[in-house]
Design a protein. Structure first.
Length: 149
């Protein structure tokens, strides 16, 4: 887990100083790190689940590390979206674009509700995958005890 956090903190100065023509390249690098930091721990969790079971002590012990990385990722993604809007795959990369969605998808309900209309607008602008909106919308509906679409 430390290597993930170190990678993010090494890239934060790039993001903070991203007022140059290389802004999108810097954001691409930052968001690809967010993607990696979102997915790698979950892949490890799946391995633990297969080996020990979903409710095992090993899986339970791994979740706080995932939640910590999710918190760091969320701070970065919120800053990027709030400053630059929803960046498309063409502007960055497929993984960088996925990092935006996955981070919001893994956030709490309040964050999901806040960014759901932003994601919908991004779809209208060709910057996001409609399937991402469907998944997030269904998740929000489920948590609000509404029917999934």
């Amino acid at each position: 887990m430390k290597k993930y956090i170190i990678a993010i903190f090494l890239l934060l100065p790039v993001y903070v100083n991203a007022q140059t023509p290389g802004t999108l390249d810097s954001l691409k690098t930052l968001l690809e790190t967010v993607y990696k930091n979102d997915q790698e721990p979950r892949i490890e969790l799946e391995k633990l689940i297969k080996q020990y079971g979903r409710n095992s002590a090993q899986v339970t012990a791994a979740w706080p590390g995932v939640a910590h990385l999710d918190s760091i990722n969320l701070g970065i993604v919120k800053s990027v979206i709030d400053k630059y809007g929803w960046l498309s795959s063409r502007q960055t990369s497929p993984n960088a674009n996925s990092a935006l969605f996955l981070t919001i998808q893994h956030a709490n309900l309040k964050v999901q509700v806040k960014y759901l209309p932003v994601l919908k607008a991004a779809i209208a602008g060709g910057k996001a995958d409609p399937q991402d909106y469907a998944l997030l919308s269904d998740r929000v509906n489920m948590f609000q005890n509404h029917y999934q679409v």
